[in-house]
Design a protein around this ligand. Structure first.
Ligand code: NAD
Ligand code: UDP
Ligand code: UDP
Length: 334
């Protein structure tokens, strides 16, 4: 029966010491919500490579089937079109919960962070799965502490245009910790800082994808405000490594996962010009309200407890993303 097969996988997969002699280690059953998205699809690649059975749950709000199409037909891969705002019944060992409209253009007025997270925690509780929440550096708001350590409680406007995302993720963290304390769900919390790489949504309005697409299309790079605000940009493979170490490790977190290399938007524009087109023009536009002035992760905790730190600097990661964007914008024969 399904339940006992599932228990066997749990014991064999998770409890290193409990593996009965003579039994070959089988992969875990892992759900990745939002697995057809940018970060999720790279995570799915690594889990598949490792031999896990992977179930992607995605409503294709910003994700694309093409991001995981190379796994179609493999016996250990499944794709379910489902909105996590609705309940979901599955039997699994680990839940990577990424489903979330992740760009300011998309995330307004969407209950995914609260209701979707509650459902996935309910699922984790019912089947005894480990649950990893992909929270965000946005929980620090427009930070008054720099760089931001996990101990900082943040400076968030509860009624602004970004609040649905910031407060949604803060609520998601609260729910995760309540399920951890109350229902003994094994949770892991990652606070992800700005991440870029291949398969990023081309038109979702984030700065790296905007600049790269604009430079390739010979359009001016749109710098919002004076361009002196800062962000720290992490290449996606570094993030995925951190997420897996966190999930498979002993510590609940929260952990900052980000690259401490800090750039102003004008400096980022310069790196994009150097990489794609030194002649690309810059056009200044009004900034959005509540835009954080600076952001840079303190990753001391992840270094110490997860033995993790990013390895790909911006000037190495950006060309990898440009190759992918070039193909998607102009087709393979450009
Ligand atoms: P993405 O938009 O590419 O991926 C999100 C995925 O979730 C998409 O495939 C989308 O279709 C899916 N989704 C959205 N709402 C859903 C719903 N209700 N039900 C099922 N699926 C749904 O974004 P991403 O950059 O890959 O982000 C992944 C996660 O990482 C998100 O939770 C995001 O908040 C977090 N994060 C990302 C960054 C970053 O810079 N990329 C920074 C901080 C946090
Ligand atoms: N849930 C789910 N899949 C499950 C178990 C629960 O989607 O396998 C949903 C459930 O519909 C509920 C939420 O998760 O909306 C929280 O579930 P929990 O059991 O913690 O709370 P309760 O249903 O007791 O309020
Ligand atoms: N930004 C910009 N030009 C763009 C898009 C964004 O200058 O075309 C700025 C934006 O104002 C913010 C920074 O880039 O200060 C990062 O924005 P993004 O939406 O990528 O991420 P987040 O604000 O969530 O960190």
């Amino acid at each position: 029966n399904q339940r006992s097969a599932f228990e066997e996988v749990r014991v064999v997969g998770l409890g290193g010491g409990k593996v009965p002699l003579g039994l070959k280690r089988r992969g875990l059953r892992v759900v990745v919500t939002g697995g057809a998205g940018f970060v999720g699809s790279h995570l799915v690649d690594r889990l598949m490579e490792r031999g896990d059975s992977v179930i992607v749950v995605d409503n294709f709000f910003t994700g694309r089937k093409e991001n995981v199409a190379h796994h179609f037909g493999k016996p250990n891969f499944e794709l379910i079109r489902h909105d996590v705002v609705e309940p979901l019944l599955l039997e699994v060992d680990q839940i990577y919960h990424l489903a979330c409209p992740a760009s300011p253009v998309h995330y307004k007025f969407n209950p995914t962070n609260v209701v979707g997270t509650l459902n996935m925690l309910g699922l984790a509780k019912r089947v005894g799965a480990r649950f990893l929440l992909t929270s965000t550096s946005e929980v620090y708001g427009d930070p008054l502490q720099h760089p931001q350590a996990e101990t900082y409680w943040g400076n968030v406007n509860p009624i602004g245009v970004r609040s649905c995302y910031d407060e949604g993720k803060r609520t998601a963290e609260t729910l995760a910790m309540d399920y951890h304390r109350g229902a003994k769900v094994e949770v892991r919390i990652a606070r992800i800082f700005n991440t870029y790489g291949p398969r990023m949504c081309i038109d979702d309005g984030r700065v790296v994808s905007n600049f790269v697409a604009q430079a390739l299309r010979k359009e001016p790079l749109t710098v919002y405000g004076d361009g002196k605000q800062t962000r720290s940009f992490q290449f996606v493979s570094d993030l995925v490594e951190g997420l897996m170490r966190l999930m498979d490790g002993e510590h609940v977190g929260p952990f900052n996962l980000g690259n401490p290399g800090e750039f102003t938007m004008l400096e980022l524009a310069k790196v994009v010009q150097d990489t794609i087109d030194p002649g690309a023009r810059i056009e200044f536009k009004d900034n959005t309200p509540d835009d954080p002035h600076k952001r840079k992760p303190d990753i001391t905790k992840a270094k110490e407890l997860l033995n993790w730190e990013p390895t790909v600097p911006l000037h190495k990661g950006l060309p990898l993303m440009v190759t992918d964007f070039r193909k998607r914008i102009f087709g393979d024969h450009h």
